[in-house]
Structures are given as structure tokens and as C-alpha cells.
Design a protein around this ligand. Structure first.
Ligand code: GLP
Length: 252
């Protein structure tokens, strides 16, 4: 561990554990060494080790079973639909380095589609940010995010658009995307998008349309993204409802 690097210890441990999962040292379903053992191995306190493990559990990379220990989750590398994640968080969870190239960033009235999705009043405007998102320097997708101007009026002045938008919204404006609706479709990359994504024109792509809602249930962000079909896998965990849609208990 680098104690003088300024990077929090628990974060360094997190990154190391992610590396060990990626390299196959820890496999899905296998128990992790105990906190005591981890702390001793890494030369940190048990509290720091616990903080790192808890963060990985929160991110869905690991899970704890009372009295049995902590295990590596099998759902780690796939696009995780159970949590609202930013691109930056998603890439970090995979142990990759996220980066972005800004294609455009401006204030505009927004298309009719955007205005409807964000339930905008006639006078309202949006910030429209279009970026290529990279993982370890390789293009993953193109995202076009439209954010209500009213919730972050000085975004243009305060935000570096090559960094994490969700992090800035949280830190600067106290805004969290509490839940999102996401529609996934399949398409073919246009010649222009293909050139940006470095794939052949017509290559299969995922088309994501996301509406993000704040704590009060109001829509704040409307995003259209195109992700490379060869770099994504979509996995969904579904649970069986205990009641039918009218609330009556379902029999086994
Ligand atoms: C995901 C979402 C986008 C969101 C983006 C923010 O990719 N699909 O809707 O705009 O994350 O990512 P970041 O915080 O890394 O800028």
C-alpha cells in the first residue's frame, strides 16, 4: 500500500482486490480471506479492510453471508442493472480506467423527445453533453446526456466535461439519480458513429435510452447512448414476486 500517495488506503485495497478478481486469484463463489487475515496481509487495520470490502459489497462485486464470510460475486463484470451506476463507476468496478472525449457541450431548448421525457415547461432549457467514453483508452460508447439546466445552472463554469458528471452533480449540487428507467434496443452503427467507436460501419450496437429521476421522483436527465455490441453483455437478475400485480399472494 502507498501510504503517501494521497489515495485513501481503503480505495487502494479495493483496487487490489478487483485486480485479484480479474486475474482469477479470487473466483466467483469463493470466500475471501477473513478481515483479520486481509488486514494482516496488507498491513492495514481491520477497520480499513472492512471499509474496502463493504464498498465492494455495495458495488455488487462481493456479498456477505452471516457467519460464513464474504464471497466474490459472479455478476461483477457485466453491466449491472440493479444499481444506478455512472460510466466512471462501472469502469472502475471492472478495474478499468475510464476517460472521455467531449464532442459537444452546450445549452439548448432540447428536442421534443427530450422536452417530453423531462416534463419541461416552455421556458426551461437543457445542457446537452455528447461524449465518447473510453475504457483503458478503448472506445466503449457515445453518450448524449440532456440535463435540466435549472438543477445545475452554472454547470458550464463548474464542470470539466471530461470527468464524471454524476460525481460532479453529487458533490457540487447534492443531486443523486435515485432511479432510472432504461430501454435497451439493438441497432447498427452509422458510418459517423462507427468511425468514433472504431468499428466497421453497420457493426451491432446497443442503444440505451435512460431517464434519470431525482429523490422527488422528477426526471432530471435524459440520455441516449450507443455502446459497442462487442464490448457489452447485459445480465439481469430477476426475482420472483411474492404477490401478483393486484397484491394477492402467489402460490408456489
Ligand atoms: C452512465 C449513464 C449516463 C450518465 C453517465 C454519467 O453511463 N448511462 O446516463 O450520464 O453514466 O457518467 P459519468 O458520471 O462517468 O460522467
Amino acid at each position: 500500500m502507498e501510504r503517501k500517495s494521497g489515495v485513501p488506503l481503503y480505495y487502494q485495497i479495493q483496487q487490489r482486490l478487483i485486480g485479484q478478481i480479474r486475474s482469477g486469484e479470487f473466483r466467483p463463489g469463493e470466500p475471501l480471506p477473513s478481515l483479520q487475515e486481509l488486514a494482516a496481509r496488507l498491513g492495514v487495520s481491520q477497520m480499513t479492510a472492512r471499509q474496502a470490502v463493504r464498498a465492494l459489497c455495495d458495488q455488487g462485486l462481493m456479498y456477505s453471508r452471516q457467519g460464513k464470510g464474504t464471497f466474490v460475486s459472479a455478476f461483477k463484470h457485466e453491466r449491472n442493472f440493479r444499481q444506478v451506476l455512472s460510466f466512471t463507476e462501472e469502469m472502475r468496478m471492472r478495474g478499468s480506467l475510464p476517460s472521455s472525449r467531449v464532442l459537444s457541450f452546450r445549452v439548448e431548448a432540447g428536442s421534443r423527445e427530450v422536452r417530453t421525457a423531462l416534463e419541461m415547461a416552455p421556458s426551461q432549457k437543457v445542457f446537452r453533453l455528447r461524449r465518447i467514453r473510453y475504457s483503458d483508452g478503448r472506445p466503449m460508447g457515445i453518450e448524449c446526456s440532456c440535463l435540466l439546466q435549472d438543477i445545475c445552472p452554472d454547470l458550464m463554469e463548474t464542470f470539466d466535461p471530461s470527468t464524471s458528471l454524476y460525481r460532479h452533480l453529487a458533490e457540487h449540487y447534492g443531486i443523486q439519480m435515485e432511479f432510472t428507467d432504461e430501454v435497451v434496443e439493438v441497432g447498427k452503427a452509422s458510418a459517423a458513429d462507427a468511425a468514433l467507436l472504431k468499428v466497421a460501419a453497420g457493426s451491432p450496437v446497443f442503444l440505451f435510452t435512460r431517464t434519470g429521476y431525482g429523490e422527488n421522483g422528477k426526471p432530471l436527465e435524459y440520455v441516449k447512448s450507443i455502446y459497442r455490441g462487442d464490448r457489452y453483455k447485459i445480465v439481469q437478475r430477476l426475482t420472483r414476486a411474492k404477490h401478483d400485480v393486484l397484491g394477492a399472494p402467489l402460490k408456489a
